[in-house]
Ligand binder design. Structure first.
Ligand code: ZN
Length: 264
């Protein structure tokens, strides 16, 4: 979609930071235009009409005016504010991690409708009372696929031999696992996937791209921890930088919660 001097788009608010005396620089992820950065002028003054609608994780209808460096935000209305997320610290951490990953991988001025739908669906799932923590790994895998870095867990990335579920080394720079013969050609692998983690990765990767994942499955906690480490490492490799909210996420997910059943 090309944009005129003034235009409207539906977008998810990914983050903001203060700029100048009373303004904020807002990063949006638009359904039709990809990542957009816009200035919301006067938004930090009391009574600003833009104020509350531009909170991170909101889905908004936003009116923007084209600018040289950044767009100018002229009007917004909230479509969804995900109340169920914002009242729960653990959900906030997960949702901000989703926003951070999206910010890291989405391109400016380039629509990625599949990724947009995935982010919206993931936030809607977190907004519900019950949600499985493996939803975040489903999100990570589908995001990697939609930005062109789908990891290979089904065949050797070197010789393309189909692999039975087993333990294999994972080479981030090659984007997948290697068979027992091919791995002899390499000295060192930073990551190894156990049989249990491999089954979960394949299970999550096999789920449909455009539907919410079923929340009724129980997956082994120890294997999920490994899946988390593998995906986090691979995402780091792909993003080539540390993801700021990862430390925050690790912190809150290790906090003692009364009912841990929803985390499996
Ligand atoms: Zn091989």
């Amino acid at each position: 979609m090309t944009r005129g001097r003034n235009y409207q788009t539906e977008a998810i608010v990914l983050k903001y930071r203060p700029i100048g005396e009373s303004d904020r620089l807002i990063t949006f992820f638009s359904s039709t235009l990809g990542r957009i950065t816009g200035i919301a002028r006067g938004v930090r003054r009391p009574g600003s009409r833009l104020g509350g609608s531009l909170e991170p994780l909101n889905i908004v209808q936003v009116s923007l005016a084209r600018g040289r460096l950044f767009e100018t935000v002229s009007e917004t209305s909230v479509i969804k504010d995900f109340d169920g997320i914002k009242s729960d610290l653990n959900k906030v951490a997960l949702a901000l991690y989703v926003a951070e990953l999206t910010d890291s991988f989405a391109d400016d001025w380039s629509s990625n409708q599949k990724l947009y739908d995935l982010v919206g669906r993931t936030l809607a799932d977190f907004n519900k009372n019950e949600y499985p923590l493996y939803l975040i790994h489903f999100f990570e895998l589908k995001l990697l696929k939609f930005v062109g870095y789908d990891p290979e867990f089904w065949e050797c990335v070197e010789c393309r031999e189909k692999l039975l579920p087993d333990k294999y080394p994972f080479a981030p720079d090659m984007g997948g696992v290697l068979c027992s013969k091919c791995q002899l050609n390499f000295d060192y692998f930073p990551l190894h996937i156990s049989l249990g983690a491999m089954k979960i990765l394949r299970y999550l990767q096999r789920q449909k791209d455009n539907e919410s994942i079923s929340s009724g499955v129980t997956l082994p906690q120890l294997d999920l921890k490994e899946v988390s480490e593998i995906l986090r490492n691979y995402l780091r490799f792909v993003a080539e930088r540390q993801l700021k909210s990862t430390a925050f996420l690790d912190l809150v997910t290790e906090m003692p919660f009364g009912d841990t059943s929803k985390f499996t």
